[in-house]
Design a protein around this ligand. Structure first.
Ligand code: SF4
Length: 270
């Protein structure tokens, strides 16, 4: 397995994972190491499909009901577009359906009305990062699972997250979210030439209690571009690509057989 490191196209929606565990990211996106996802990943995909359908329909002035959005969720749950290992998670399909239906309905009735969305999963103009040494990487793709919203303070990027740890003690966790949301902020600005006011996490918790929460607005852009004292993640990524260094992170929340395709080949986890 190998890849040509001089000119790489990278999905913008994967850039957050790059900074979570670079070794896993390299395996999945550069070396093409695949593996069946677990039922929890499928549950998240289904909820994202239902909520995106609801928001897209509203934006197109052709709204659908929360029930319709729930139908999109059920369809996605029952017709996965990727391999799923149903033995990978401690979750039954019946419970996954109950959780997903509840979250989709809560999102449509309690969260979506709070926002004035102007785009859903927007297509982004490619952004080239010059890594030096004749190496460049191009971030491309769409703002997967994220929205663009107008507020009194300007344009913000709300990013919808599902998972068992996205809502902690009733609050949407922004821990380790800046790499992804900052990438979206920067690429939105590159695409539209308009400044963003920040990002937000919309947390849809996939535990049995189905907690939901919206984080305060935070500026993730600074983390990407850095300060006078500290290099930004873009600079660090360029250095890592130029050096061909993709360090493992066994402390990652996603370091498990259910979520990491490199698990069976990786010597760094417990
Ligand atoms: S098993 Fe853990 S440390 Fe190894 S690549 Fe996957 S996430 Fe990273």
């Amino acid at each position: 397995m190998s890849y040509e490191p001089t000119s790489l196209k990278i999905r913008a929606s994967s850039f957050g994972q790059f900074f979570d565990c670079s070794y896993a990211w390299e395996g999945k996106y550069l070396l093409g190491i695949g593996g069946a996802a677990g039922l929890r990943a499928l549950l998240g995909t289904g909820v994202h499909a239902g909520t995106a359908a609801f928001d897209s329909a509203r934006l197109a002035n052709n709204p659908i009901s929360p029930d319709d959005a729930a139908g999109v969720f059920v369809d996605a749950l029952n017709h996965p577009e990727f391999d799923v290992d149903f033995s990978n998670d401690n979750l039954s399909i019946k419970e996954a359906e109950r959780i997903g239906l509840t979250l989709t309905t809560k999102y449509c009735t309690e969260i979506a009305p709070q926002f004035n969305y102007v785009a859903v999963e927007m297509k982004l103009e490619p952004l080239v990062i010059d890594c030096g040494g004749c190496i460049n990487i191009t971030l491309t793709g769409t703002m997967d699972r994220a929205r663009v919203a107008e507020t009194h303070d300007g344009t913000i990027i709300p990013d919808v997250k599902t998972g068992s740890r996205v809502v902690v003690n009733g609050e949407a966790s922004i821990k380790a979210r800046s790499a992804q949301t900052g990438t979206y902020q920067l690429m939105y600005e590159h695409t539209t030439q308009e400044r963003t006011a920040g990002a937000q996490i919309i947390g849809l918790g996939t535990t049995s209690k189905t907690p939901i929460a919206v984080s305060p607005v935070f500026d993730a852009r600074r983390v990407l571009i850095g300060t006078d004292e500290a290099p930004g993640l873009i600079q660090l990524a360029a250095d890592m690509f130029r050096a061909g260094l993709f360090p493992p992170n066994p402390q990652s929340y996603l370091c498990s057989k259910a979520y990491c395709p490199r698990w069976n080949l990786c010597i760094y986890h417990e």
